[in-house]
Write a protein that binds this ligand. Structure first.
Ligand SMILES: Nc1ncnc2c1ncn2[C@@H]1O[C@H](COP(=O)(O)OP(=O)(O)OP(=O)(O)O)[C@@H](O)[C@H]1O
Ligand SMILES: [Mg+2]
Length: 329
């Protein structure tokens, strides 16, 4: 837990990801608190590691703690430690994570799950860099940088009275919003290649590559589980298609059949004829959606793929009420 670690690379060329990487480069070396926001699986922990690795504290520990995974009554002693006899079962004094991280970084994962009482204590650590272990009246001073993460909307939590606004401002001196993978679908091929290569190195199993259709389906899929889901899919493929080219039918069914409007699109005139207008409309809608998904809803690029100008595309979207999905898991 407390050993210096080698930073893992953050893959991504999409402008939204480049922006994240620029902020990591700029903020990493400072002591500023950083609040990392983003859906599950978007890379919040990876970014926390990158921030730590880019700082002067890199040789000191990065100590993570998942505030949502530890029962509330234990969290305080996990964070701040306790003295012998502080509570039943406390047979010895034990340092908390803040003390273990001295000189380094504490990563408070799922920070929104922290109880109001603990939020007050955390606020004090952020303001005064000191705290009292459970059962002690002696203050401990530490030199830690705090990086926090959550996949909740903290403004909603504040509004609902579950998260302290003053703590929010202390934590988000710098705020990093990680984009969902469906918003940067152009990064999918690079990420897939990266995970495949890594599986080849670590597990000696890799696929030979992806057919164009398979890759197009991966790019078009919505990825509710974000990068973690892609990582899992690639790992499964390296087991089932080791050394082979991944074809469309090798992919999980939910990826092969993205949620497109059901269209029965005949290429030949059926015996009982067709509703030409409905068919053409369905075909148009389908191709528009594919172009939008492939370009992560970049309307300029999508219009280009369709040989339309942007205005025409936007008009069509309005007319059909097509909106960018914000689907989540
Ligand atoms: N940009 C990226 N480049 C390479 N790997 C990534 C990237 N983003 C995420 N990953 C990988 O995806 C997985 C999920 O990332 P991570 O655990 O950092 O997400 P998270 O946002 O903390 O998710 P959760 O909210 O569920 O805790 C990890 O294995 C991580 O290494
Ligand atoms: Mg995480």
């Amino acid at each position: 837990m407390a050993s210096p670690r080698v930073a893992r690379p953050l893959i991504g060329d999409h402008p939204s990801m480049r922006k994240v990487l620029r902020v990591v480069d700029r903020v990493g070396p400072t002591d500023s608190s950083v609040l990392i926001l983003g859906e599950s699986g978007t890379g919040k922990e990876l970014v926390a590691q990158a921030l730590h690795a880019a700082s002067d504290r890199a040789a000191r520990p990065l100590v993570p703690i998942n505030c949502g995974a530890i029962p509330a009554q234990l969290l305080e002693s996990e964070l701040f430690g306790h003295v012998k006899g502080a509570f039943t079962g406390a047979s010895q004094s034990r340092p908390g994570r803040f003390e273990l991280a001295d000189g380094g970084t504490v990563f408070l994962d799922e920070v929104a799950e922290m109880s109001p009482a603990l939020q007050v204590k955390l606020l004090r650590v952020l303001q005064e860099r000191c705290f009292e272990p459970v059962g002690s009246d002696r203050s401990v001073s530490v030199d830690v940088r705090v990086v926090a993460a959550t996949n909740r909307d903290l403004e909603v939590e504040i509004e609902a009275g579950r998260f302290r606004e003053d703590l929010y401002y202390r934590l988000n001196v710098v705020e990093l919003q990680l984009p969902p993978l469906r918003g940067r679908a152009s990064d999918v091929p690079k990420l897939a290649a990266f995970f495949n290569e890594r599986n080849g190195t670590h597990r000696r199993r890799a696929v030979a590559g992806f057919s164009d259709e398979a890759m197009a389906a991966l790019v078009a899929y919505g990825w509710p589980g974000n990068v973690r889901e892609l990582e899992n899919v690639v790992e499964r493929l390296t087991v089932f298609c080791a050394d082979e080219l991944v074809e469309l039918e090798d992919l999980p069914a939910k990826i092969v059949r993205p949620r497109m409007p059901k269209a029965n699109l005949p290429l030949d005139l059926p015996d009982d004829g067709v509703d030409l207008r409905a068919v053409l409309q369905a075909l148009e809608e389908r191709l528009i959606l594919q172009a939008l998904q492939r370009t992560a809803w970049n309307k300029n690029q999508a219009a280009h793929l369709l040989g339309l100008n942007r205005t025409t595309l936007v008009e069509k979207l309005k007319k059909r009420g097509l909106l960018q999905p914000h689907a989540s898991a």
